[in-house]
Design a protein. Sequence first.
Length: 201
Amino acid sequence: MRCRLLSLTLALAAPAASANSDWLSGIAAPDSAAIGAARRFEQSPYRGAGSGTDFLPLYLYEGERFYMHSYAAGAKFGELSSGRRFDLFLRYRFEGYPSDRVPESLAGMRPRESGIDAGFSAQAGGGWGIAYAELLHDISEISRGSELRFGYKYPFRRGRLWLQPQAMLGFRDANLNNYYYGVRPARRRRCGRLIPRAAAP
């Protein structure tokens, strides 16, 4: 199990209903396209890897029944105006070993690559906010793992400023955790207290 507690999405566009954990969902106005850029900050879960940043060019298209983002594409179903929505999507998973600076805790380990997830999500929304659930599975055969997520968003606007705090809880299966955080038995005996996970294949 892995938990992500809080992420923030900040935009200067009219919000649309967003039905999953994709932070770009709903940024572009309905039936429109947008381009932009973002910098992504991440604290690595691997000991000694520190934090990293990515520069992400943003390409957004938000149609009535279809959307395409820089790292995701999906189809929307349901009564969008009522706050009930279902999505089928493909999304890039930002996860894997750091490639620019390998920490000592990962010395001798095979690189773990990012994958592509196929997912299904459902949401219910109202004046109290937006609750969603989504199920993801790796279809790139990188980890062959799955993840179940539950989340809550509360978007609000003041003028042209739109702020959307999000809290999310994720439950990951053994395949997903083992691929990204597992170690070989010999390595586990030497530094199991650093990365106490099941043995990787």
